[in-house]
Design a protein around this ligand. Structure first.
Ligand code: SAM
Ligand code: DTB
Ligand code: SF4
Length: 349
């Protein structure tokens, strides 16, 4: 491992210089870094579940769950732990290794923490890694989640500090950094990334990645989302050309990989609109995690069959295989993400 590559002092000019490399040079460099730290043919699978949907008081311009926008989304109260457990078991049977639970809250109340702790335990009992994204956390709340065994907490910076105010006014960039600090201090792993294709300038992508890589520790997981445009949200009105074009999206993945070589870089929201070739180049550029399952939180994601077929065509294996398969349909699906040494890995899972 080359520790000189794990840096926290990136300047904007250095990051811009990476973006400016010829595409092949950038991809060669990112892929070379990727191979030094990871198996280039393995991708981690996380499945998402919205445990509390809609009616969120925040005004995030991209989000279908804000109460301020008429997106036609039906609000749903916090789920029962048994429903969460069943969804997690299904995700595990389909091949996921991590289960991520999201709630449309500005920040959880202390009594909400009591309820979600039972969910963390139920997910962990199934042998899955657990992740939650519940909004801003106080120190004490982060400590309670860590004590309950929560592995990851997701809280995104979303964009550059400069562009942030155009997207969200109800909480500050500093609020986000504070929550990340509480999560780190509590000893949980940090899942933190952002969204591209929101009408930002190239310099905002530079600054977003610089903010992420210059955190005191690199987030262990870095989700790179491509905006999913949802009718009724302010960002749905962006003209087509303001979304991100595939080569530029791949560049963001490649630069993230170079800057945060030991982190899992997740090719996150937006895959449903991406063709297989774009996704394959993202994996080559260093993406080694995806959201797996037909739904993200409220919007669509590629179905299992499409992902399984893509992995088969690319010779990619997931990082976990199912130990038990409930139905013939799931068996067919899991088979494709199994590797030749499936038995060995299942034994150690
Ligand atoms: N309410 C919590 C919060 O905002 O911290 C947790 C859930 S929130 C939906 C988690 C993240 O999903 C957001 O920070 C954003 O990065 C991402 N996200 C939400 N809507 C999106 C969209 N339409 N396209 C891409 N990413 C989106
Ligand atoms: C992340 O960075 N992306 C996920 C997860 N973390 C919580 C959420 C994407 C949400 C896309 C819109 C939706 O499905 O509601
Ligand atoms: Fe609420 Fe989170 Fe959506 Fe913002 S991203 S509106 S905080 S659910």
């Amino acid at each position: 491992m080359n520790s000189a590559e794990v840096r926290h002092d990136w300047s904007a000019a250095e990051v811009q210089a990476l973006f400016d490399l010829p595409f092949n040079d950038l991809l060669f460099r990112a892929h070379s870094v990727h191979r030094r730290y990871f198996d280039a043919n393995k991708v981690q699978l996380s499945t998402l579940l919205s445990i509390k949907t809609g009616a969120c008081p925040e005004d995030c311009g991209y989000c279908p769950q804000s109460v301020r926008y008429d997106t036609g989304l039906e609000k749903e109260a916090l789920m029962d732990v048994e429903v969460v457990k069943a969804a997690a078991a299904k995700a595990k049977a389909a091949g996921a290794s991590r289960f991520c639970m999201g709630a449309a809250w500005r920040s959880p109340k202390d009594r909400d923490i009591d309820a979600v702790i039972d969910m963390v335990k139920a997910v962990k009992d199934l042998g899955l890694e657990s992740c939650m994204t519940l909004g801003m956390l106080k120190e004490q709340q982060a400590r309670r989640l860590a004590e309950a065994g929560l592995d990851y907490y997701n809280h995104n910076l979303d964009t550059s500090p400069e562009y942030y105010e155009k997207i969200i006014t109800t909480r500050t960039y500093q609020d986000r950094l504070d929550t990340l600090e509480h999560v780190r201090e509590a000893g949980m792993k940090v899942c933190c990334g952002g969204i591209v294709g929101m009408g930002e300038e190239p310099a905002d992508r530079v600054e977003m990645l610089r903010q992420l890589a210059n955190l005191p520790e690199h987030p262990q997981s870095v989700p790179i989302n491509s905006l999913v445009k949802v009718q009724g949200t302010p960002l749905n009105g962006l003209p087509g050309e303001q979304s991100i074009e595939p080569f530029d999206f791949i560049r963001v993945i490649a630069v993230a990989r170079i800057m945060m070589p030991r982190s899992y870089v997740r090719l996150s929201a937006g895959r449903q609109a991406m063709n297989d070739q774009t996704q394959a180049l993202c994996f080559f550029a260093g993406a080694n995690s995806i959201f797996y399952g037909e739904k993200l939180l409220t919007t669509g994601n590629p179905d299992h069959e499409r992902d399984v077929a893509l992995f088969q065509r690319l010779g990619i294996e997931s990082d976990q295989v199912a130990e038990q398969v409930d139905t013939a349909e799931e068996a067919a699906c899991c088979g494709a993400v199994e590797s030749a040494d499936a038995a060995g890995k299942a034994a150690t899972a």
